[in-house]
Write a protein that binds this ligand. Sequence first.
Ligand code: KG4
Ligand code: ZN
Length: 341
Amino acid sequence: MQNLNIYILAIESSCDDTSCAVLHNNRVLSNVTANQKIHEQYGGVVPELASRDHQKNIVPVVEAALKNAGIAMNQLNAIAVTRGPGLMGSLLVGLSFAKSLSLALSIPIIEVNHMKGHILAHFIDDGEVQKTPEFPFLCLTASGGHTQLIKVTGYLDFEMVGETIDDAVGEAFDKAAKIMGIPYPGGPLIDKYAGSGDKSKFTFAYTRAPGYNYSFSGIKTSFLYFIQNHVQKDKNFVADNLCDICASYQDHLIKVLLKNVRHVLKDTGMNQLAIAGGVSANSELRRQVKALEHELGIETFIPKFEYCTDNAAMIGITAYYKFLNNEFADLSITPMARMPI
Ligand code: KG4
Ligand code: ZN
């Protein structure tokens, strides 16, 4: 018999966002995230600075999440926390905090894989009616650290179909932005500038990877050479063509992402596609994924913006299904910088 009155406090600190959510069963009551601005000037996340900021932010973020949810600590049934994958120092802050809270409140701890969290964000109930995928479905999870094609056969059953063999697509966005002098994280800004650009203006190289895998490292390098070549001839090239460059490069990355998606859907006969992870916030990706409904006769599932990028609600929903399955962690667990799905 399932316990249908579960309160979970979830903590996410795998990269540069400190987030805490409170859930009642699968319903999110609060989801508070502190973003770290400090990395903007460095063109990427500086691990040492990220863990320091988590240390500063975690107590106020947890307090705010409990306050917004109107829940007291003694009402909680479990603490959920991201164990990996992510930055070691960042994960350590969240995990140590979660362990202390679990000990202090004498309630169990539930460890969550960050990438599973991104996928299960599709099952978060935030009070608004929203269609959810049925099993099995294909999920394209695209973030700053990962690019994966996952066959999801149950809330806790995942099968890797393809993944990047080098860089993640989010990194291909962020590095291109850095090359053009756009601050970190560049993905959202490339998305913004692309909105006023011509996506057919420039073309970029395609790279090959075996099976349904991806490779973005060559695309990133070809972008660097493309910019260097043009700037040699015209030092104002980037400024004069920013929107067209962003639109063309973004469209190229999306075409690469969706090429394998089409193959997998055709080859497996799966007829539902979900997207997840930070890059699923990209407006052009969302548009092109939606267009696949008509093109392939499939159903697509696109998360709300707030559940695309890192957040603790996705950790909480994953923990809820683990709670129902009696999957609790031992207090001796340590963070995992790499963690298979
Ligand atoms: O999932 P996420 O918040 O953190 C990781 O787990 O990595 O993803 C962050 C990534 C960054 O690379 C960021 O540039 C990218 O998601 N991103 C976007 C957009 N919003 C976030 N990329 C393209 N377009 C966006 N609108
Ligand atoms: Zn993430």
